[in-house]
Design a protein around this ligand. Structure first.
Ligand SMILES: NC(=O)C1=CN([C@@H]2O[C@H](COP(=O)(O)OP(=O)(O)OC[C@H]3O[C@@H](n4cnc5c(N)ncnc54)[C@H](OP(=O)(O)O)[C@@H]3O)[C@@H](O)[C@H]2O)C=CC1
Ligand SMILES: O=C1CO[C@H](CO)[C@@H](O)[C@@H]1O
Length: 274
């Protein structure tokens, strides 16, 4: 299992487990399976409505808290300084934890113009030792630049949609320059057409691996943090079984050519839902 070192010195598994679209009661067995297979990083969010189920799996696992890396996120309707502090307490309570490793702003929702205040509340949580690291999701370069200009703590990562059809090269370059990791959400394009791509399928056959494993491997070798989701036990295992092969430079070049700027989710400036 590979760890990366975030810009504040904290170690984080490069491969984690996502739980969007997993109902609360299904989150417990799914996370239990993930922990059994070897995942130690779990990516949840208030809006996924499964922090209780995730917390139950964590409690039942018997794994030492310091060996786990738990992420959750402040939802759009909870943005603003005081609301964020309240939302954080509620998330912690649902998870049954006394700290989270990583707290993220879920969307910048720029029309409301309160992500800077939200981030300042997260800085307080960080300085108070209630979170080990803070970061953001779905921030474009201009949103990140405002945090760099107006806040003190550099976000450890920016979690954005990223897969071979949306490779985010410009954003990756900006993040890398500022020592901010990119974490890929929908790394398998939410199970959609990229898994059927001919180039990916041929590469999978060549390596004796599946298309999902090839794509996860591409994320890892591109220095992204990656959080595939599955509720299928065999796939949870399959997606973790990616440390026994390597894509060649030629493979990486061929996948680079697949980029087509194709989003599955919203463009961040257009997501202003509260
Ligand atoms: N910050 C943000 O705004 C967002 C964050 N996220 C985070 O990123 C995580 C991952 O993204 P997500 O959108 O869930 O999508 P993924 O790209 O991880 O794809 C998940 C889908 O692919 C299927 N799948 C998983 N593994 C395989 C496999 N080996 N072979 C074939 N199909 C497979 C799953 O099916 P099944 O489960 O039925 O096995 C599911 O339908 C989320 O769970 C969440 O934690 C996601 C979206 C937005
Ligand atoms: O993480 C995510 C998944 O669920 C949310 C609400 O449907 C999305 O907006 C978000 O990006």
């Amino acid at each position: 299992m590979n760890n990366v070192t975030l810009n504040n010195g904290l170690e984080m598994p490069q491969l984690g487990f996502g739980v969007w679209q997993v109902p609360d009661e299904e989150a417990t067995p799914a996370v239990a399976k993930a922990l059994e297979v070897g995942y130690r990083s779990i990516d949840s969010a208030k809006v996924y409505e499964n922090e209780n189920g995730v917390g139950k799996a964590i409690a039942d696992s018997g794994i030492n808290r310091e060996d786990l890396f738990i992420t959750t996120k402040v939802w759009n309707s909870d943005q603003g300084y005081d609301n964020t502090l309240k939302a954080f307490d509620a998330s912690l309570d649902r998870l049954g934890l006394d700290y989270v490793d990583l707290y993220l702003i879920h969307w910048p929702t720029p029309e409301f113009d309160d992500y800077v205040e939200t981030y300042k509340a997260m800085e307080k949580l960080y300085h108070d030792g209630r979170v080990k690291a803070i970061g953001v999701c779905n921030f474009n370069i201009e949103h990140l630049q405002r945090l760099l200009d107006e806040c003190d703590v550099v976000p450890v990562l920016n979690q954005v949609e990223c897969h071979p059809y949306l490779q985010q090269n410009e954003l990756k370059e900006f993040c890398s320059k500022h020592n901010i990791y990119v974490e890929a959400w929908s790394p398998l394009m939410n199970g959609k057409e990229v898994l059927q791509n001919d180039v990916i399928q041929e590469m999978a056959e060549k390596h004796g691996k599946t298309p999902a494993q090839v794509i996860i491997r591409w994320h890892l070798q591109s220095d992204a943090i990656v959080i595939p989701k599955s509720v299928t036990p065999s796939r949870i295992e399959e997606n973790f079984n990616v440390f026994d092969f390597e894509l060649s430079q030629d493979d990486m070049r061929k996948i680079a050519e697949l980029d087509r700027g194709l989003r599955n989710g919203p463009e961040p400036n257009e997501m202003n839902k509260r």
